[in-house]
Ligand binder design. Sequence first.
Ligand SMILES: Cc1cc2nc3c(=O)[nH]c(=O)nc-3n(C[C@H](O)[C@H](O)[C@H](O)COP(=O)(O)O)c2cc1C
Length: 185
Amino acid sequence: MKQFILIMSVLLGWAFQSENIYVQTGGRTLIVYFSEGGNTRGIAEEIQSQIGADLVEIEMEEPYSDSYSVLLEQAEQDLLANARPALRTRIENMEAYDTILLGYPNWYAILPMPVYTFLESYDFDGKRIIPFCSHGNGMMGETVSNICKTCPYADVREARSVTYSGGPSLSEEIHTWLARHGLVE
Ligand SMILES: Cc1cc2nc3c(=O)[nH]c(=O)nc-3n(C[C@H](O)[C@H](O)[C@H](O)COP(=O)(O)O)c2cc1C
């Protein structure tokens, strides 16, 4: 009996950990991002501090390696295979949002493959997508056109690119961009 309880609790624990389910907590704007090294996360948090919307991280079921050289290989393999890595993150009621601020790093000048998985998991028709991209000098690469092709009926608006984690003027630059989108005064 003890063994049965132990096995059940391990299985239940695994089942509940395997997915991160998010439900809209208020407002119709969502900030959602994928970040390996934390730069995009920092930008997403800066945006949230200015507009106060729901903030969700796109997490993989099997995350990439913490080792940078292995990460480069894994990301390249997924790119060449046109893979759609499974995600732990699930948004229960995406239809509740009409504006999605979507953040990601520039990887080989295109979207990281987990971001494709995310975009293909929901219906973005008619939704406003505002991209933001962290990069190492390659700016946004092809990422905005990748989003437009993947979500042809979304209303994709002016994106913001940030070099790595941004400089001391990040907060001001983000504010100016958010104001152009009518998200701050
Ligand atoms: C697999 C991989 C590919 C990358 N490819 C590019 C690239 O093509 N152009 C570029 O400017 N930066 C590239 N970078 C640098 C990242 O865009 C940059 O470090 C970014 O700040 C990472 O954001 P993060 O900390 O949120 O993961 C790449 C990084 C990785 C790990």
